[in-house]
Design a protein around this ligand. Structure first.
Ligand code: ATP
Ligand code: MG
Length: 441
């Protein structure tokens, strides 16, 4: 064969069908209609957050591994066994972010954002944790993450929780309940830690392997155990809430009074410790009983020590994160749909002249009717097959341009979802009808 060196067999193509490449375990493709639900949800969230003065930021998915070790903590599940860590070609250890707070604090320090300034910011995107995949628990999952830097609270703590309550209301979901707790100051926690160790040392025989390990490294995390066999021994443990320092107690009292004042209901869960090391004082979680065992939809708390821990000047800070997969699942469970995405109308045209007229008409309608979702049939076909597509699209109306309509200068409007009669309208009449249609959905 010319041009093909003798020692190279010419490429003949695969003899057998190529094997499918399967997706990575625990990582999901978000397809329609879910993709649209996600987008609508993000739209509602961004509008709500803008309404409270929160600004949007976007950060790299990769950070230096050291960032997470120093912030989340070496003795946490995330750092111990869940991070996607690898050396890049330069031999530097990098990690796909397992959460957003550490990166946001790193960015605030790197960019000097907190020099005599306060910031209310938010971001959204994928997070990566090597967990055992199951319903509501994935290896790539998504969070919406909201943070306030430079605010001592408790007013900002209250505002954040009130914002979250308003979000559930906007989304039309109600099967969520709020749990709050205070982790006190670092000093109060250190004293409490000693008490906990004494208590759990006395119950070594009932501790599971994880808890025995944590007894040495991070005894507070035993309280966060999800092992049902540990429930009883945890229930008997001393409570941090009984050992709060005076300032943290006042902070917590003010938080509770604030929530009472705006009528956001909560329960105090003295065993809520959260899975990350950096929290102090206020912690909270919104949980649901509608999603089985993965019931935490949103959680957050104050982390006044984190800036310093990462080499910055001390900056009081608080933040919370929504698990998007779980929130979407809850919307589904409660049949709350963030937004309709079906087209208002589906435009059918039969014949080359009608196709050209329909293209021009559709663009004029998009100008004339703000918010119109108009899907134009592409690729030709008979009236019957196009009507089938119109029905499948979920559109309320089929708009038809064929020979007769061209001759009469009208568009036929066929309601697809109710018993209204088909009618013929001129373009001005059609625009008016569509404006009404858009207003009603
Ligand atoms: P959990 O107790 O369920 O493991 P967590 O305490 O590890 O949650 P955070 O790190 O606080 O969770 O993350 C905030 C939110 O992100 C959680 O409330 C949850 O909705 C969601 N989330 C956390 N891990 C996952 C995951 N692996 N898959 C899907 N969503 C998750
Ligand atoms: Mg977890």
């Amino acid at each position: 064969m010319r041009g093909c060196p003798a020692h190279h067999a010419p490429f003949q193509g695969p003899k057998i069908m190529a094997q499918n490449i399967t997706p990575v375990r625990g990582m999901n493709d978000i397809l329609p209609p879910d993709g649209d639900t996600w987008l609508a949800l993000e739209g509602i969230v961004s509008e709500l957050l803008a309404g409270y003065g929160y600004r949007h930021v976007r950060l790299p998915l990769l950070e230096r591994t050291e960032l997470f070790r120093r912030s989340i903590g070496d003795a946490t599940d995330i750092v111990e066994k869940e991070m996607y860590t690898f050396d890049d070609r330069n031999g530097e250890s990098l990690t796909l972010r397992p959460e957003a707070t550490a990166g946001l604090v790193r960015a605030a320090i790197s960019n000097g954002l907190t020099h005599n300034q306060k910031h209310r910011i938010w971001t959204a995107g994928p997070m990566f944790r090597y967990e055992k995949p199951q319903k509501g628990r994935y290896r790539q999952f998504h969070q919406i993450d909201i943070e306030a830097f430079g605010y001592e609270g408790p007013d900002v703590d209250i505002e954040m929780i009130v914002m979250s309550a308003r979000l559930w209301q906007r989304l039309g979901i109600s099967r969520l309940s709020l749990e709050v707790n205070s982790l006190g100051s670092a000093e109060a926690r250190a004293a409490y830690r000693d008490q906990l160790v004494t208590y759990f040392e006395g119950h070594r025989d009932v501790l599971d392997a994880d808890s025995l390990r944590r007894l040495e490294s991070n005894p507070l995390r035993i309280l966060d155990s999800k092992n049902p066999a540990m429930t009883e021994v945890i229930a008997g443990a001393p409570l941090l809430l009984d050992h709060l320092d005076a300032e943290s107690q006042a902070h917590f009292d003010a938080l509770r009074a604030g929530l009472d004042a705006v009528g956001v209901a909560y329960t105090v869960n003295p065993r809520l410790v959260r899975g990350l090391d950096y929290y102090s004082r206020t912690v909270f979680e919104w949980v649901t009983d509608a999603l089985g065992s993965q019931g935490a939809v949103c959680s957050g708390g104050r982390y006044d020590g984190l800036f310093e821990q990462l080499g910055g000047k001390p900056v009081p800070a608080i933040g919370w994160a929504i698990g998007v997969e779980r929130l979407v699942a809850l919307c589904e469970a409660e049949q709350a749909r963030p937004a309709a995405v079906e087209p208002h109308a589906y435009l059918i045209s039969v014949g080359a002249d009608a196709d050209a007229a329909a293209l021009a008409l559709s663009e004029r309608l998009r100008d004339a009717v703000p918010g119109l979702r108009l899907e134009r049939h592409l690729g030709g076909g008979s009236m019957k097959s196009q009507l089938k597509q119109a029905d499948k699209s979920g559109a309320e109306l089929a708009l038809i341009v064929a020979e007769r309509e061209l001759a009469d200068g009208v568009v036929s409007v066929k309601p697809l979802r109710d018993r209204r009669e088909q009618e013929s309208l001129d373009e001005a009449g059609l625009s008016r009808l569509l404006v009404t249609e858009v207003g009603s959905r």
